[in-house]
Design a protein around this ligand. Structure first.
Ligand code: SF4
Ligand code: FES
Length: 246
């Protein structure tokens, strides 16, 4: 992937792309934001969250898993697509315990930032109030499954970058849940280290560090200062992997 040879059109804007790039990567390279929660630069795309769904040549596709093709006409920032994204975001909120004022991730949380970006003013759907296991067995990290949105980022980070395979998603559909790949199923029996990408990549407050709170005051956190689209453009630069934006 070395030279720009071909062009796609997103909401009428011509965007050059390199052979092999996905619609998502081409868009982010051109600073065109396609909402996403489970895409992360450098990790294999999974198509889990469906926030990035666009219309490409009249077909509905996930931008993160679909390769750009020369001449493709793509609709992204439309009222209809953004309404569907807002509904997905609302469902993610009610499926878990996303009580922002009581969560240390508030202000650094991509789900919360997505809600703001899409103009979400209420949860709309009835709360699930799930009771899912909280794993506090690790000395430095806790896993609150009640906040997990099953984006799979920790799974892919652990497998592809950390080479540890600490996490996996078991079950399908409504039964899908995050598991820890140890005999006991406990995080404390895994080789997860605080420096692992998997320990730092969670977009919500499901994987958090113990004994670390309010390091950055409320009001000065990532999404207190920047909207999620601008953060995504910065994240798209691979050199910035490793900073607080995780
Ligand atoms: Fe995604 Fe976090 Fe759940 Fe892992 S724990 S699947 S990173 S939401
Ligand atoms: Fe494409 Fe989640 S970013 S499905």
């Amino acid at each position: 992937m070395t030279e720009i040879r071909e062009t796609i059109f997103i909401d009428g804007k011509a965007i050059g792309f390199m052979a092999g790039q996905t619609i998502m990567d081409a868009a982010l390279s051109a600073r065109v934001y396609i909402p996403h929660l489970c895409h992360y630069p450098g990790l294999a795309p999974s198509g889990n969250c469906r926030l990035c769904v666009v219309e490409a040549d009249s077909r509905t596709v996930a931008a993160c898993t679909t390769q750009a093709r020369d001449g493709q006409q793509i609709s992204n920032n439309t009222a209809e697509l953004n309404a569907a994204r807002k509904a997905i975001t609302q469902m993610l909120f009610i499926e878990g315990n996303h009580i922002c004022p009581s969560c240390e991730k508030s202000g650094n949380c991509k789900l919360q930032a997505m809600g703001y970006y899409l103009g979400m003013l209420e949860e709309h759907f009835p709360q699930f109030n799930p009771h899912r296991e909280l794993d506090a067995s690790h000395p430095a990290v806790f896993l609150d499954r009640g906040r997990c949105i099953l984006c799979g980022l920790c799974v892919r980070a652990s497998r592809e970058v950390d080479k540890k395979d600490v996490f996996a998603i078991a079950g399908r559909g409504a039964d899908a849940h995050l598991i820890v790949n140890t005999g006991s199923g406990k995080l404390g029996d895994s080789h997860l280290d605080v420096h692992d990408l998997a320990a730092n990549i969670c977009p919500v407050g499901a994987i958090m560090f113990k004994e670390r709170g309010y390091v950055t005051p409320i009001g000065e956190r990532i999404y207190d200062r920047q909207i999620i689209s601008d953060v995504a453009f910065d994240e798209h630069v691979p050199e910035q992997k490793g900073d607080e934006r995780r």
